[in-house]
Design a protein around this ligand. Structure first.
Ligand SMILES: [Zn+2]
Ligand SMILES: [Zn+2]
Length: 249
C-alpha cells in the first residue's frame, strides 16, 4: 500500500504544511483539509479517488471537500459515484454547504453516496473500512483500512484506550500528536494528544510504524523533540509527518 501525506498540520496552516489529508493508494482519501485538491493535482492523482473518509466536521479536516467536488465536476467529469463516510451529520452539513455556496449538485456527472456513522455504533466495520468514535468536542471518527496491509488513522482526540484494540497489529498508525509533552495538560484539555500519548498507544497496539500527525504550526522548530518523545515509549519506527511525504508499506 502507498500512503501520501498531503496535509499534516493541526488547526492552522503554515508555509510548510496545509490541513489534514492523507491519500491511500490512488483511490481513497482520509480527510480533506484546505489545499488538498492542489496537492492531488501536483501528484497527478485525483481522478481515481471515489472514497472519502471524513474524521469530523472541523474546518481543518473538512472544508477542502468542496473545491475537490467542484474540481471533479468541472474538470474530471467522471461518472462513477463518490462515497463519503463521516460523522452522523456528514450528509446534512455537506448538502447545506453545497447549497449555501450555490453549487448546482444536479449538474454533477457523478452521484454522491453518503455513509453517516450511526452515533450508537462505537466501532463499526464495513468491508475494508472500520470506524471508531474518538474524544473531541465534535463527533469524531478514527478509521482503519485493511487491504494487503493495515493502516489506522486516529484523528483529533484525547488519548483513548479503546483505540489500542482498534489499531491492534496494524502496519501503520497515524495518530494525533498536536502538542509536545510539556503541553500535555493543554493538549488533553482541548481533546488532543502528544507524541508520548501516541507512542504508548502504538506500543500497546503492537503496530510497526507510528506517524505523528496534526502538528501545530508554531511547533515546526521542535520536530526532533516530537520524534524523541515518541521513541522513548515505542520501539518501532517513528515518523514525524511532512506534507507530500510518501510512505510505501
Ligand atoms: Zn484538527
Ligand atoms: Zn478537530
Amino acid at each position: 500500500m502507498i500512503i501520501h501525506f498531503l496535509g499534516t498540520s493541526g488547526s492552522s496552516i503554515t508555509p510548510f504544511r496545509t490541513n489534514s489529508s492523507i491519500l491511500i493508494d490512488n483511490d481513497l482519501l482520509m480527510d480533506v483539509g484546505e489545499g488538498t485538491t492542489q496537492k492531488l493535482l501536483q501528484l497527478g492523482s485525483l481522478k481515481d479517488i471515489r472514497t472519502i473518509l471524513i474524521s469530523h466536521l472541523h474546518v481543518d479536516h473538512y472544508i477542502g471537500l468542496f473545491s475537490f467536488l467542484w474540481h471533479q465536476w468541472l474538470v474530471e467529469r467522471d461518472q462513477a459515484p463518490i462515497s463519503i463516510y463521516g460523522p452522523p451529520k456528514i450528509r446534512s452539513a455537506t448538502e447545506e454547504i453545497l447549497k449555501l455556496t450555490s453549487t448546482p449538485v444536479e449538474a454533477f456527472p457523478f452521484q454522491i453516496k453518503y455513509y453517516p456513522l450511526d452515533p450508537k455504533d462505537t466501532i463499526l466495520k464495513r468491508g475494508e473500512i472500520s470506524t471508531i468514535s474518538l474524544i473531541h468536542p465534535t463527533y469524531t471518527l478514527g478509521y482503519r483500512i485493511d487491504r494487503e496491509r493495515s493502516i489506522c488513522y486516529i484523528a483529533d482526540t484525547a488519548p483513548l484506550d479503546r483505540t489500542i484494540s482498534f489499531a491492534k497489529n496494524c502496519d501503520v498508525l497515524i495518530h494525533d500528536a498536536s502538542f509536545p509533552n510539556k503541553f500535555a495538560e493543554l493538549a488533553h484539555k482541548f481533546h488532543h494528544s502528544t507524541p508520548q500519548d501516541a507512542a504508548k498507544i502504538a506500543s500497546k497496539a503492537n503496530v510497526k510504524i507510528l506517524v505523528l500527525f496534526h502538528i501545530l504550526g508554531n511547533m515546526e522548530n521542535q520536530l526532533e523533540l516530537y520524534q524523541k518523545e515518541a521513541q522513548e515509549f515505542f520501539d518501532g519506527e517513528v515518523i514525524v509527518a511532512q506534507d507530500m511525504k510518501k510512505l510505501e508499506i
